[in-house]
Design a protein around this ligand. Sequence first.
Ligand code: COA
Length: 387
Amino acid sequence: MTDALRVVDVAEEHLDSAWQVRQRSFGPGGDKAEWRKTALEFAQDGRYLGVVDGDELVAAARIWPFEQWWGGRRIPMAGVAGVVVAPEYRGRGVASLLMRGVLQRSVEKGYPLSALYPATTVLYRHLGYEFGGGRYRFTFPAADLRMLGGRGVAVRKAGKADAQLFIELASKLHETQRSNGPLIWPLRQIESWLEDDDNFAYVAEDGFVVYNWSDGDLSIDELVAGSEETARALWATVGSGASIAKSVLVHTAPTDPVHLLAEHEAEAESRVQRWMLRLTDAPAAIAQRGYAAGAVLDLPVHLEDADLPANAGDWRLSVADGTGSLVAAEPSDDAVRLGARGLAALYAGTPVAALRGAGLLSGGSAAADAALDTAFGGSTAYMLDYF
Ligand SMILES: CC(C)(COP(=O)(O)OP(=O)(O)OC[C@H]1O[C@@H](n2cnc3c(N)ncnc32)[C@H](O)[C@@H]1OP(=O)(O)O)[C@@H](O)C(=O)NCCC(=O)NCCS
């Protein structure tokens, strides 16, 4: 790498080269004016970083201002997207340089967590990201959903004005279920989906559904239901399209009640896309997460984190009453030893045995392993959305 390469905030004058690098990285397509408008919003909020060689922009990445549910609590999360390096600059550490800037910026902007969908895991593993969960897609026969009933439930058409209500209904569900993984998008983004004529949205007292057509089938973006009757009503609303649509595609939790309600199991083309997680501010991420009710632990932990050294060192990890803390402590021979990848995977609920098996966790004791599994375990981490 030459000394001229440095991380900068992407500014308006960089946007033409950012678009070019993007086209060369992800292929042609997209509306340039639309892309420019969104890019400027990211740039103006300090969430669009680039690498320049002299004056020329040669790499870029964006940060989405998300929140994410962990153990039923919402935590600010930097969603990293659109990581691109100009082809002639690849293979010499430019993406790594850029991503270190992204991690630093995430901490500065108060995101204790960062997540991304990796096109290659190598780059991100070097930077402390590890698989955190999946985006699960299932396909149900529309005719099965049509039969689910729920006719006694009042369901009305929803629109842009319901965006805040949708966030509240989803929040209630995720708190109750102590969900792990789902995103909360910025309100404006939800409003723009709800005013899009291609999306059909319906709301009941304790739930909602948003769906659309996809190549002759129906595709559900999100379905939230606080009760069995509402679940039946909303799934059946989508299934009522069965005379035209053979299948209903849906991104949902692998443990969603629909798997127990629908007569036939989801079709074989169900698939999972994995996303990666990183703790950018370990004490804040531990303090803001929720934990299994009844879990109690108090352990010495030693963390290695070359890219974000504020996380490194000796800590005391405690969990009680569903709340956790990570407090600086003296070194201990009994410490559980983790790097950034191990910490991310543990946080996301990966069993300690798997972490040991992959060399991502060492030290500690069998009793510590059991306590960690109980505290961080829970429902499978999932996201509904790609970003
Ligand atoms: C993927 C991309 C961003 C990597 O940029 P880069 O500047 O070449 O990456 P770096 O030189 O910093 O590489 C860091 C590490 O990742 C590895 N890596 C980079 N690209 C890789 C690939 N396509 N497959 C496997 N490993 C890869 C490197 O070998 C290096 O690991 P090493 O130090 O063990 O050798 C770049 O190739 C690109 O823009 N591709 C097209 C768009 C894309 O896929 N973006 C990623 C979206 S998540």
